[in-house]
Design a protein around this ligand. Structure first.
Ligand SMILES: [Zn+2]
Ligand SMILES: [Zn+2]
Length: 94
């Protein structure tokens, strides 16, 4: 019913609203939703690969092979900017 304007979140594996998510760079069909990102932050923003905290928001990426978040430097793929070309906060507020 709400298929228009939704996109697949690779973390919760559900269709989520595009304006509640950030698209995986270079992928039209995949995204990470703001609630998954918020939950990940609550759990300590841990990089799935090196198991240390991702301190800088700009370093956050997604491992498409394991559906988890982590450092861009650890091989995670980039995320497109949220609404207004800004942060997760802006995406959620939209
Ligand atoms: Zn999600
Ligand atoms: Zn890492």
């Amino acid at each position: 019913m709400f298929s228009f304007g939704t996109i697949f979140c690779v973390l919760c594996e559900r269709q989520v609203a595009k304006n509640q998510s950030r698209r995986v760079a270079g992928r039209k069909d995949l995204a990470v939703c703001t609630s998954c990102h918020a939950r990940w932050q609550q759990l300590g923003s841990q990089c799935q690969r090196c198991k240390t905290r991702v301190v800088d928001e700009r370093d956050v990426g997604v491992f498409l092979d394991r559906y988890a978040l982590g450092h861009l430097d650890c091989g995670a793929g980039g995320l497109e900017p949220g609404r207004n070309g800004r942060s997760w906060v802006d995406a959620a507020a939209g």
